[in-house]
Design a protein around this ligand. Structure first.
Ligand SMILES: NC(=O)c1ccc[n+]([C@@H]2O[C@H](COP(=O)([O-])OP(=O)(O)OC[C@H]3O[C@@H](n4cnc5c(N)ncnc54)[C@H](OP(=O)(O)O)[C@@H]3O)[C@@H](O)[C@H]2O)c1
Length: 312
């Protein structure tokens, strides 16, 4: 298979390059810097320096590829992101999707794969949801949903398949959010909000990458939820993570106080359940997570930090 990847230098993209190369596929990483070119080469891919918002340049860069993957995001990593912190992420979700979908049409790709997030369909009351649940994105996930629609409409118009992978919350040893969580837990600045009973739907980044590879091999159109096998209460996740880091147990703060300090987005994330299932994706694309729950995944993350001296 010949695969072009936008965001090939990111936490997901780097794994994609490695996993496709391990299968013997040819990878073209679409990058925006000399350091990005060097990184993709290190991982065994070919790189092309190109602007993700320029459909014509993209078509030249990705010519000959059968599969095009959009894994570029710019998600703010800070305690209290403001609206302006989401602007580039929104542009990547909407404008870059438009350009990449136009590129897919021009190069005659058979499949376009879009990274999205499960939160586009999470009910406000925290009840279970699946791929049939009507979307009602919150402001931070609105552009992810728009990106899904832009890609699907382009696929229908130009005749290529579109696979949308709505991923759960990524974690991994090299993920900025995971490292930020560890730093906050060590200094007891990441509390359990309220009872901490809301469910988190997690996905180890190695499993996220294997899901994109499985969807690319399957080649079908569809929208799928890609999460691990068992959602976990926020309280259990934070307590377990802190214990693995030998950090003190997280404090508890009431919801009203956390709302004042952290703002609505963080409160929503930690207090409204994200409860969905990977059952349809498993069946459609013959995928299974290597890290079925956060326990196996965090064990790997912390072991990796210890091996590199980052956990002390
Ligand atoms: N479902 C989820 O939970 C989810 C989804 C996405 C991200 N995250 C998390 O959010 C954190 C930050 O993620 P991130 O997406 O900012 O970082 P990232 O995954 O490390 O990198 C994103 C990729 O997008 C590229 N990119 C960003 N802005 C671009 C632009 N304007 N033009 C072209 N390419 C661009 C980056 O290229 P450069 O290397 O050139 O910057 C990189 O290849 C990570 O911890 C990640 O795990 C979570």
């Amino acid at each position: 298979m010949r695969v072009a990847i936008a965001g090939a230098t990111g936490v997901l993209g780097r794994r994609l390059v490695q996993q496709f190369r391990a299968r013997g596929d040819h990878v073209v990483g679409l990058v925006r810097s000399a350091s990005g070119e060097a990184l993709v080469a290190t991982l065994g891919g070919e790189s092309r320096h190109v602007d993700l918002f320029d459909a014509e340049a993209l078509a030249r860069a990705a010519a000959g590829c059968e599969v095009l993957i959009h894994a570029a995001t710019a998600i703010p990593v800070k305690a209290r992101p403001r609206a302006r912190d989401w602007v580039m992420n929104d542009r990547l979700r909407r404008d870059a999707t438009r350009a990449l979908a136009a590129c897919a049409a021009r190069i005659g790709a058979r499949l376009y794969v879009q990274q999205s997030v499960i939160w586009v369909a999470r009910p406000r009351d925290g009840t279970f949801f699946d791929e049939d649940t009507p979307p009602h994105p919150s402001p931070p996930s609105r552009s992810a949903y728009d990106g899904e629609e832009i890609a699907r409409e382009a696929g229908e118009q130009y005749g290529f398949n579109v696979a949308v992978l709505r991923c759960g919350w990524f974690y991994g040893a090299d993920a900025a959010h995971t490292r930020w969580f560890a730093t906050q837990l060590r200094s007891r600045r990441l509390p359990i909000i309220g009872q901490g009973e809301a469910l988190l739907a997690l996905l180890h980044l190695d499993d996220a990458a294997s899901a994109f590879v499985a969807a690319s091999a399957a080649g079908q159109s569809g929208i799928w939820h890609v999460v691990d096998d068992q959602a976990v209460p926020v309280r259990d996740f934070l307590q377990d993570f802190a214990a693995r880091l030998a950090a003190p147990p997280p404090r508890r703060v009431p919801v009203w106080l956390a709302r004042l300090v952290a703002g609505a987005y963080a409160i929503d994330f930690f207090t409204v359940s994200s409860h969905t299932s990977n059952a349809r994706f498993r069946r459609a694309c013959a995928w299974a997570p290597q890290f079925p729950t956060f326990k196996e995944g965090l064990a790997q993350v912390v072991a990796s930090w210890k091996a590199t001296g980052l956990a002390s």
